[in-house]
Design a protein around this ligand. Structure first.
Ligand code: CMP
Length: 143
């Protein structure tokens, strides 16, 4: 079984889209292994986006993701990394298909509502920035 890491960015929280987005994962039968609301520190945001350091959008991105609380989660399902990226749509809302989270609710690439890991390695790295092992809960999910 595969896992992925997702967080809802501050504008998803401010716009009241937490339930709308989580619903889309739940209705697909994806299992929530960990879930919490938190305010990212600048250090956590910098670690998360370290591969983008030096790029033109980096500072705006770090400032944005630390501008309010986020909702972080670990999700589990077969091929869940690909499945979640399919549900949320292209990073650039302009290219995101209709029916995806970004295709329906997002306008700009920085404020694209949600982040999801793009590989198993990044899931390991990113989930460690947000969660302790003790915060992960496994249980039987009836799908
Ligand atoms: P995310 O999935 O969180 O991963 C990196 C983020 O950088 C991305 O979503 C966007 O919010 C942000 N970003 C801003 N500008 C760009 C850009 N030109 N290309 C890629 N990502 C960008």
């Amino acid at each position: 079984m595969e896992r992925t890491f997702v967080f809802l960015k501050p504008n998803a929280v401010r716009r009241g889209l937490i339930g709308e987005i989580i619903k889309r994962f739940e209705q697909r039968g994806i299992k929530i292994i960990a879930l919490k609301m938190m305010w990212l520190t600048e250090e956590q945001a910098e670690r998360l986006y370290e591969m983008h350091k030096g790029k033109s959008f980096y500072e705006e991105l770090v400032e944005f993701v630390t501008s309010g609380p986020v909702v972080a989660m670990i999700l589990e399902a077969p091929r869940v990394i690909e499945m979640v990226r399919h549900i949320i749509g292209n990073t650039d809302p302009l290219k995101a298909e209709a029916g995806t989270v970004r295709g329906e609710f997002a306008l700009t690439i920085t404020k694209n509502l949600i982040h999801a890991s793009d590989s198993k390695e990044n899931f390991e790295r990113e989930s460690r920035i947000f969660f302790e092992d003790t915060e992960k809960v496994d249980y039987y999910l009836d799908v």
